[in-house]
Design a protein around this ligand. Structure first.
Ligand code: ATP
Length: 438
């Protein structure tokens, strides 16, 4: 992969309809983004790959979709209202504000370059606040959730009882989260509205360490299995002074972004912090009763917490490549077929009626099995370029010979190699090439 810069990816994402700046016709809203036709498919494929590996492929994890708005007490109990803050410093020279713990040099302004101009750090609250009902008063305050995890803890007993789960078991959730980040940026890496995929895995206290190790390996492998370059993804254990108040051990899955290694996902051993806190604050006993041993205890929790939008970005960066085909340079997204927004493109060589009729026939064969795109405009070379740039694994070309021999050409995105075969064998051939991946 050539060193793909942020701008290159952002331009491609906009040009091809993956990601648009939000409110663009009004000048944009800083760090907000809208996902276009290809972007939504990429996000959907990513969520589905996560859900499959976490929920539907297993018998010990079930799903949940909890509300974005919850009682304020949830965030009091979790510790977010009191301490979900980042250290904010302001440069007295240029008035830019920064998150102190993310500055390369904590004494030098990253904007104007002056040294020793920062104010004392102050805790800046990250939860976005709003009001329910017609009166903007303190009693009506609610927060937009800053993580999906707490919705899982407060439903722990509902889920355990109704799904008849016994330890060890997990609850998974995908959804939006909101943080009033001090310094959003690097395209969709850090935004104020984003999407998370989180799973809380409840187990006996003495098994927490074992499950923590298990989820470290499993989560790292998930990215590799979806095509991420193994050398560009790694686990990094937090130093003791980096650990959040609730965690006895945390590791990040990190990706080698254009600016260096940075977090894709956090995997934390949260011990019994959350269930205990919600028990104390709500008065509802969230202990687990183990019938065989006749004992009550708070399960411990291991949490893999990933970002949908952030990992989509990492997969785009990782897939980006430039190479040469027949003396011409091209851009190609080498996305794993499971993530590719379009799986097969159907391209007639010309718009002539009889070719369009066969095109319709081929499209009907494929549609319903795979996400396909039929493209009849522009030269075939330009259409191949477009499909390469959006990561479509295969193009099926219909030419004038097709009218005689009822055969089509299949072009491979990565190698650009072409094979010709009868339409009757097309579905089987593609199924084989996808190898069950989609
Ligand atoms: P950071 O230290 O970078 O602010 P964090 O450690 O607070 O992040 P977590 O609370 O562990 O992040 O959130 C879990 C995951 O959610 C992150 O690994 C990331 O993928 C995603 N995430 C968190 N904040 C954002 C954001 N502002 N924009 C996009 N994704 C985010």
């Amino acid at each position: 992969m050539p060193a793909s810069s942020l701008d290159t990816i952002a331009n491609l994402a906009k040009r091809r309809g993956f990601v648009f700046p939000a409110s663009e016709i009004y000048g944009g809203l800083r760090s907000s983004y809208d996902y276009g036709p290809l972007g939504v498919e990429l996000l959907r494929n990513l969520r589905e790959a996560w859900w499959k590996s976490m929920v539907t492929d297993r018998d010990d994890i079930v799903g949940l979709d909890s509300s974005i708005l919850q009682a304020r007490q949830v965030w009091v109990a979790s510790g977010h209202e009191a301490s979900f803050t980042d250290p904010l410093v302001e440069c007295r020279n240029c008035n830019n504000r920064f998150r102190l713990d993310k500055l390369e040099d904590p004494d030098t302004c990253a904007n104007c370059g002056k040294t020793g101009t920062f104010t004392e750090p102050r805790p800046f609250h990250l939860m976005l606040k709003t009001y329910l009902g017609p009166v903007e008063e303190d009693a009506a305050v609610v927060y937009l959730r800053p993580e999906t995890a707490q919705g899982i803890f407060i439903n722990y007993e509902n889920v355990r009882r109704t799904a008849r789960m016994r330890l060890p078991f997990g609850i998974a959730q995908i959804g939006k989260a909101f943080r009033n980040e001090i310094t959003p940026g690097q395209f969709v890496f850090r935004t104020r509205e984003f999407e998370q995929m989180e799973m809380e895995f409840f187990c006996r206290p003495e098994e927490a360490e074992k499950w923590y190790r298990y989820w470290l390996d499993a989560r790292l492998q998930w990215y590799v299995d979806l095509g991420m370059t193994p050398d560009h993804v790694r686990l990094r254990a937090h130093d003791p002074d980096e650990l959040a108040h609730y965690s006895s051990a945390t590791s990040d899955v990190e990706y080698l972004f254009p600016w260096g290694w940075d977090e894709l996902e956090g995997i934390a051993n949260r011990a019994d912090f959350d269930l205990r806190a919600h028990t104390e604050h709500s008065g509802v006993d969230l202990q687990y009763y183990d019938q065989e041993a006749d004992e009550r205890f708070f399960p411990h929790v291991v949490e893999p917490a990933a970002g949908v939008t952030r990992s989509a970005f990492a997969f785009l960066i990782d897939a980006y490549d430039e190479d040469e085909v027949g003396g011409e340079s091209r851009v190609v997204l080498r996305l794993h077929p499971r993530l590719a927004p379009v799986k097969v493109a159907v391209l007639p060589l010309s718009k002539k009626d009889d070719l369009v009729a066969v095109t319709d026939e081929v499209a009907a064969l494929l549609r319903g099995r795979w996400a396909i795109e039929v493209d009849v405009t522009q030269s075939i070379g330009r259409r191949y370029r477009r499909q390469d740039e959006i990561g479509t694994p295969f193009c099926v070309t219909i030419d004038f010979d097709t009218l005689e021999d009822r055969a089509v050409t299949i072009r491979d995105r990565d190698t650009t190699e072409q094979v010709r075969l009868p339409i009757t064998g097309l579905v089987e051939h593609l199924e084989e090439r996808f190898g069950g991946a989609v």
